[in-house]
Design a protein around this ligand. Structure first.
Ligand code: CTP
Length: 445
């Protein structure tokens, strides 16, 4: 019996896939199809896959061409599979010519002519193209723009800046239109990403939602709970997505860490210590990006995601360096829950080790600095032999993963981002308390 194997993602199964599978089957008597897992696809940079692994398996199974389906999960697995399953022929489409010659040591390698004119990428990008506008002046936006190009079905088409220093901006943002007129800018887009200043968020978001534009806004969404509620209602009424932008929430390592905790990897969580600091950067500190706004939401994110938002009490200590702007060089917040405590330290003007430690009844999680951009963490136990290390690829600081989530929420018309409205609102509540000076201790600057 001649055994043939082929691999692929098989997202949104199309004619090209079917032809490939039929010809692969015709090469022998028994066809095994390896379908890539979501994780493996992500690792190799394929972040736009629309269907889940189960949906893709089901679609291939229903065709009835494959005699067996396996899942491809790791680099190098093909050699393992070929040896283990006694494969005679390995085959893939001609877009891979040369790439798998190394398997010739284990079996025959055949490249089949790829079917012209159809691909999953084309089908995906043909669906619901979203025109995204960017609001803000921060140099970070150039990176954001670059990262957006990795996301299918979404094009950055306009940039709204505060002063129309357009020549410079046009060079950085190649062909997109640059303006300082927010109203006309909104007419050019379906969705906006706001990276402006915290005091301006409310008005910018309100106007966008009134024009039925989806919004992703750098957290915090506003500085006031009443405004937050109003914006959330406006989003619901206009059928729009309103999403906090915090890239950490979409990084694979961080997502896996939350799942491990839910699965009880360190028993019951009793304490969380989170630190996020940087030294002052003159651009962002100019209008309201003080420590609590710039770092607060990011640092509070794991606390609220792991312990929830219903703490009994909190205790804030701040070092205020500028009374007029109420600029905090450093803020420490302790959250007291019935069964746990958390301590959050944020500083934009004070530097510390940006690590996160989560203590549990059976062990603890250690995420090294800078934990908010992590691709690595350790689960440690009393007996070091049981320690486990986890590494997950983080591409583009998580920007592209966050954008994929924003796009999917828009396309599916469902607000299912990683940061729930309850959490988002709690960021605002804490920051409002800060501005209302409900601060328990001050450190003299
Ligand atoms: N394939 C093909 N003809 C096409 C598209 C795909 O023969 N028009 C083959 C590929 O060469 C591969 C298999 O089908 O052997 C699975 O390909 P996959 O990467 O899942 O499909 P694509 O449509 O190429 O997906 P994408 O656009 O996401 O790369």
């Amino acid at each position: 019996m001649v055994k043939v194997i082929t691999y692929g993602t098989f997202d949104l199964l199309h004619y090209g896939h079917i032809r490939l599978l039929e010809r692969a089957k015709a090469l022998g008597d028994y066809l095994i199809v390896g379908i890539t897992s979501d994780d493996f696809d992500r690792k190799r940079g394929k972040i736009n896959v629309k269907q889940s692994l189960m949906e893709r398996i089901e679609a291939v199974r229903e065709l009835g061409i494959a005699d067996e389906i396996i899942i491809e999960e790791y680099e190098g697995q093909k050699i393992d599979d070929i040896k283990r399953l006694n494969i005679d022929i390995f085959t893939v489409g001609s877009d891979w010519v040369g790439k798998f010659d190394y398997l010739g040591e284990y079996c025959e390698v055949r490249y089949l002519e790829r079917t012209e004119g159809v691909s999953s990428s084309d089908i995906r990008s043909g669906q619901n193209r979203i025109r995204l506008g960017i609001v803000g002046d921060d140099p970070y936006l150039v990176k954001f723009y670059h990262e957006s190009k990795f996301v299918n079905g979404l094009d950055v088409t306009a940039l709204c800046v505060s002063d129309e220093d357009t020549e410079d901006k046009k060079n950085l943002f190649d062909s997109i239109s640059v303006t300082n007129d927010y109203d006309s800018f909104l007419d050019l887009v379906d969705a906006v990403y706001i990276h402006s200043f915290p005091q301006l968020h409310y008005e910018l978001i309100r106007k966008a939602l009134d024009k039925k534009k989806h919004v992703m806004c750098e957290a915090p969404v506003t500085l006031n709970i009443a405004q937050y509620d109003e914006l959330l209602n406006a989003a619901k009424e206009s059928g729009c997505i309103l999403m906090d932008s915090i890239r950490t929430a979409y990084s694979t390592a961080y997502e896996r860490l939350l799942l491990l905790l839910k699965g009880g990897a360190i028993g019951k969580v009793k304490a969380i210590e989170v630190t996020c600091t940087s030294l002052k950067d003159t651009h962002s500190t100019a209008k309201g990006w003080n420590s609590i706004c710039a770092w607060g939401p990011n640092a509070m994110l794991p606390v609220f995601q792991i312990l929830g938002t219903d703490y009994q009490e909190k205790n804030m200590t701040c070092s205020i360096s500028d009374e007029d702007e109420f600029y905090d060089l450093f803020t420490k917040i302790d959250f007291f829950y019935i069964k746990a405590v958390a301590s959050v330290k944020v500083g934009q003007g004070v530097k510390s080790e940006g690590e996160m430690i989560i203590s549990g009844t059976e062990g603890y999680v250690y995420v090294p600095s800078p934990w908010w951009k992590t691709d690595y963490f350790e689960v440690r136990y009393e007996n070091p032999e049981n320690n486990k290390r986890y590494f997950y690829q983080l591409d583009g600081e998580g920007i592209r993963y966050e954008l994929v989530s924003f796009r999917n929420q828009i396309v599916n018309n469902k607000a299912v981002g990683e940061i729930s409205p309850a959490i988002s609102k709690q960021f605002v509540a804490v920051i409002q308390d800060f501005y209302d000076k409900k601060i328990q201790h001050y450190i003299v600057s």
